[in-house]
Design a protein. Structure first.
Length: 80
C-alpha cells in the first residue's frame, strides 16, 4: 500500500477544494477506462489519483478536527 503524508502532496493539488479534487479524480478515472494507455501513463495517473485521494483525506480530517473543537468549545460555554 502506498502511503503519502500531506507534505508530499504537490502544491497544485493542495490548492484544490474537495470538489475540485473529486472532479479531477473522476476525469482521470474516465480517461483510464476509455483509453488503452501504456503502463507508464497508467502509473503516472495512478500516482496522481493517490495524491488527490490523500489530499481529500487530509481536508476531511482537518475539518473533522475543526468541528470537534467547535463542539467542545460550545459544550464548555454551555457548562459555564
Amino acid at each position: 500500500m502506498l502511503l503519502m503524508k500531506s507534505k508530499n502532496i504537490p502544491g497544485d493539488i493542495k490548492s484544490k477544494s474537495i470538489k475540485e479534487a473529486k472532479e479531477e479524480i473522476n476525469t482521470i478515472l474516465s480517461e483510464l477506462e476509455t483509453n488503452d494507455d501504456n503502463l507508464e501513463t497508467f502509473s503516472g495517473s495512478y500516482q496522481r489519483l493517490v495524491k488527490l485521494n490523500n489530499h481529500i483525506d487530509s481536508l476531511f480530517k482537518s475539518r473533522a478536527k475543526e468541528i470537534s473543537l467547535a463542539s467542545k468549545e460550545k459544550m464548555a460555554k454551555k457548562n459555564d
